[in-house]
Design a protein around this ligand. Structure first.
Ligand code: ZN
Length: 311
């Protein structure tokens, strides 16, 4: 069985060569396969991500089985697609025990999201997970302070973004988290929001700059990186700006992939209303996800960067 790739070399290469690692949510084996297929076609590194919801779904509520299945689905998708580094991350892991389970079962990146906790508790948990991850070389740990939030929190997109302003990342807090936790990657809440189906988010690049400066004042800039979450709702030109001007090394996309999958799936079914073979609309969804993921790899500059990311 192929091995998952360590994540730290990917971010090192991304930082040096100014591109971003596509961090794409792998919900189920069809989308997992599509994302690895896209990476293979584009000769791109890829970081697959599983949320706690995806783990719950995969294991039908059993976290151990769900976590193991996600590892197996990912490594299975790598078979006969050589030369492509595929890493696996826990996306927004809010429970240290879930982080430990992912680590134990072979994930090569962890995210501890303590953004809903008081800062001190966020820091102490993040620090513990960073220490744990050091036991295996090449494991990056991402943390979040401030809260990115989700569109599902509100019925009106504009209102949701406005409401989330109070939770945007504070430079002094992210600096403290960076200094005391020792984490490698930082998710900044600066105007983007999870679940946007249209590019309606306005990124506050001034705030982003302040956060970067605050962290780089307390940590070696070569050892850390920044992450753009909620990129489905961010305009392409802002995504490019985040990479080229601000050196973002990881960009998270989920909603766009779901939209592509469901649109193709439903289109197939509408055109073939008598169909009861679920594999056919699934194949249509698979191919739509491959196409969208290939486009993201071009946008993020990760196309033809696979070899740069292999340690
Ligand atoms: Zn996110």
């Amino acid at each position: 069985m192929p091995d998952l790739a360590p994540s730290l070399p990917m971010f090192k290469a991304a930082k040096e060569k100014r591109f971003a690692i596509p961090a794409l949510n792998a919900n189920g084996n069809i989308i997992t396969d599509a994302l690895v297929e896209a990476a293979y076609r584009k000769d791109s590194p890829v970081l697959l991500q599983a949320s706690q919801g995806a783990i719950k779904h995969a294991g039908q509520g059993d976290p151990f089985r769900g976590t193991k299945m996600i590892v197996d689905m990912t490594t299975d998708a790598m078979i006969n697609r050589p030369g492509i580094p595929v890493a696996l991350n826990l996306d927004h892991g809010q429970d240290p025990v879930q982080n430990a389970l992912c680590f134990r079962l072979g994930f090569t990146m962890l995210m501890f999201d303590g953004s809903k906790m008081p800062l001190e508790e966020n820091i102490s948990n993040a620090k513990m997970i960073v220490e744990m991850a050091k036991a295996v070389p090449g494991i990056a740990v991402e943390v979040e302070i401030g809260r990115i939030g989700a569109l599902a929190d509100s019925d009106e997109p504009g209102v949701a973004i406005e409401e989330m302003k109070q939770y945007w990342t504070k430079p002094e807090e992210i600096a403290q988290l960076a200094k005391e936790s020792g984490a490698h990657l930082f998710a900044v809440a600066m105007g983007q929001i999870h679940g946007c189906r249209e590019p309606i988010a306005e990124i506050d690049f001034d705030l982003f700059e302040e956060c970067i400066q605050a962290v780089e004042a307390v940590r070696d800039p070569s050892e850390i990186g920044f992450v753009l979450h909620g990129a489905s709702g961010v305009k392409d030109e802002d995504v490019e700006r985040a990479i080229i001007e601000f050196g973002v090394v990881k960009i998270n996309v989920d909603t766009k992939l779901r939209q592509a999958y469901m649109a193709a799936y439903l289109k197939y079914q509408q055109e073939h209303p008598q169909n009861i073979d679920q594999r056919k609309p699934e194949c249509a969804g698979h191919d739509a996800v491959v196409e969208v993921a290939c486009g993201l790899m071009n946008l993020f500059g990760s196309t033809n960067k696979a070899q740069d990311c292999i340690a």
